[in-house]
Design a binder for this molecule. Structure first.
Ligand SMILES: [Fe+2]
Length: 300
């Protein structure tokens, strides 16, 4: 018999779609990463059917004080304009895309764009951000080819340039909250991440889908590799919605198998299989156990 006698909340979060998370910090600040969950352009592609988002929309966000962009492909920022219009957040992005982000986001004051560089440390309300170089997985498009036509998600000519820049500006980061809780965000290839993760020792690491295979065992073993290299306690996968489109249940089975493998190896890390839109709370708790625990017997 065990009993939790004390707990304090470190962070609440929910994964929405692609690399989009809403983070609720203990001080009330909300951070949104890579806003992409719904878009109905004209002619447009409805992302909710493409990525099975369950109809999540901007008014469903609890708040947004900061937006952080990993890169500017449409599936990482297509809802930015809407979010900026509703919440007036500070938009944190790499210097290389900052001017273009401002140019295509009507109503966003210039001083609400916060350009950052690689290998920097930046201080915000309730958190510190360390930035690291990221690399996009290889794509065949050249600059000229990418600029020829709009991306297939937004189909907006105005986002062509940002979509193109998204191929080479990719920024990973570590957020350290005031309570010391550390969140790592790795949205591209490894690109040295295992080196800074070893030093950072994050509590939670967000990682995008590693492989396109549809084989539970090989994909689970690949995740196991990242789990070890993350030096995190919890790994939260992201951008794996494509698996669900191809084979519903694949991701759940894969993450469960990765956890079995981690347990067999004695690794002190587990994967969360996040349900889109559901809030999760990360806490530090104190439990006591033993026979004959009376009410409040552990509380002192
Ligand atoms: Fe991308």
């Amino acid at each position: 018999m065990s009993k939790t006698v004390l707990s304090t909340q470190s962070l609440r979060l929910r994964w929405i779609n692609c690399q989009c998370f809403e983070l609720a910090l203990p001080n009330g600040v909300h951070i949104l990463t890579d806003p992409c969950y719904d878009y109905q352009g004209d002619p447009g592609v409805k992302i909710s059917s493409l990525f099975k988002t369950g109809g999540f929309a901007t008014p469903d966000l609890e708040g947004c004080d900061y937006v952080i962009l990993n890169h500017t492909h449409a599936d990482h920022m297509v809802n930015l304009e809407e979010v900026a219009g509703r919440f007036r957040p500070t938009v944190i992005c790499h210097t290389g895309v900052a001017a273009e982000v401002a140019a295509v986001t009507p109503g966003l004051p210039l001083t609400s764009v916060y350009p950052v560089d690689y290998n920097g440390r930046y201080y915000f309300d309730g958190f510190t951000m360390d930035t690291y170089h990221g690399s996009h997985k290889p794509q065949p498009a050249t600059w000229a080819r990418s600029m020829e036509r709009a991306d297939f998600i937004s189909q907006k000519d105005s986002l062509k340039r940002l979509h193109t820049l998204g191929g080479f500006f990719n920024m990973n980061y570590l957020l350290t909250l005031e309570n010391g809780f550390r969140v790592a965000f790795v949205g591209g290839l490894d690109d040295g991440a295992k080196e800074w993760l070893r030093a950072a020792r994050p509590n939670v690491a967000f990682r995008n889908k590693l492989l396109n295979d549809m084989d539970v065992e090989s994909v689970a073993r690949d995740w196991l590799g990242f789990m070890g290299e993350s030096h995190a306690q919890i790994v939260v996968p992201m951008h794996f919605e494509v698996w669900e489109n191809q084979e519903p249940g694949f991701s759940e089975r894969t993450f469960r198998r990765a956890n079995q493998l981690a347990e067999e190896k004695g690794l002190p890390v587990r994967m969360l299989s996040p349900e889109s839109g559901r809030w999760y709370s990360f806490e530090i708790g104190v439990s006591c156990w033993g026979e004959g625990l009376a009410e409040n017997s552990c509380a002192r």
